[in-house]
Ligand binder design. Structure first.
Ligand code: PMP
Length: 290
């Protein structure tokens, strides 16, 4: 296995509460509410040719996620956008991943922490393809019901079950886990939304208990512009047998063809290929046009 370079031991700078600090000095105390109680929200974004794709939408989602958890991110969308752009520029990257994070600090311990400071950090790094030759297996946990968790926030706490599911899938030799929802319908992977191509039409689960990804919405738009019918509905796992193509979408994953789901195999088909080309054009074209 290749030597891992820990994320806390790298060169560069990180934006922390309004100023740049040396990468290795961007630290929190062990008694931090976000660490103990999961009071933390984050974003994942990609910068293409020097421009962050849909930056304002991500900044708005960070603010919205904080509000769902009951706190106010202390920056506006414009301030977050400027800070992200400044961090990318400071690191000198053209193509990179952007990770804003907001969390409750160390002022209070215990479940209640309404007086704690809200901290914000932005780190960027070079990150290649998230998935390669993607093969999925049924997850060991389901997505929780919307009345049991803040399912529409991109909240760190929701990823606890994702990490457990992904580790279980990897232990079986798969790339990721395919999570069902609390009703037994198809939901998503641990970090990307799911699409099926059935007889030339696209079907995708209704995002009523998981993140309605920014990439998901972009891809639905691109498909409709190509004249492809897209239906958002509840989809049963048995329907995977009817699909000719399956793909997932996410900022990190972009559009990735799924090659296998347990005993089912899929081709990297023409509709997935077309959408990958269109998404590539949009993300890079967007960079050129702006
Ligand atoms: N679902 C989950 C659980 C995710 O982590 C992500 C990645 N943020 C997505 C879906 C896709 O969201 P987006 O397209 O906005 O990156």
């Amino acid at each position: 296995m290749a030597q891992l370079v820990p994320y806390d031991d790298r060169d560069g700078q990180i934006w922390l509460n309004g100023e740049f600090v040396e990468w290795r000095d961007a630290k929190v105390h062990v008694l931090t509410h976000g660490l103990h109680y999961g009071s933390s929200v984050f974003e994942g974004e990609r910068c293409y040719a020097g421009r962050i794709f849909k930056s304002a939408e991500h900044s708005q989602r960070l603010i919205d996620s904080g509000r769902i958890l009951g706190f106010e991110v202390p920056y506006t969308v414009a301030e977050l956008d400027a800070a992200k752009a400044a961090t990318v520029a400071r690191m000198g990257f053209k193509d990179c991943y952007v990770r804003p994070l907001a969390w409750r600090g160390s002022e209070q311990m215990g479940v209640s922490a309404s007086q704690s400071r809200i901290n914000v950090a932005i780190a960027v790094w070079e990150w290649g393809a998230y998935y390669s030759d993607l093969r999925l297996t049924r997850a060991i946990y389901d997505r929780p019901a919307p009345n049991t968790a803040p399912v529409h926030a991109k909240a760190a706490g929701l990823y606890m079950i994702c990490t457990v599911c992904k580790h279980a899938a990897e232990a079986k030799g798969f790339g990721d886990a395919l999570m069902l929802d609390y009703r037994g319908y198809l939901a998503e992977t641990t970090g990307a939304n799911l699409f099926l191509v059935v007889d030339g039409q696209i079907h995708t689960p209704t995002p009523d208990c998981f993140l309605n990804g920014i990439t998901r919405r972009t891809v639905i738009d691109l498909a409709r512009r190509r004249g492809i019918t897209v239906t958002e509905r509840h989809i049963k796992p048995e329907e995977l047998r009817d699909a000719q193509e399956v793909f997932v979408t996410g900022t990190a994953a972009e559009i990735t063809a799924v090659r296998q789901i347990d005993e089912l195999n899929y081709q990297h088909g023409p509709i997935t290929g077309q959408l990958i080309d269109d998404y590539h054009g949009l993300t890079r074209g967007h960079a050129k046009a702006a």
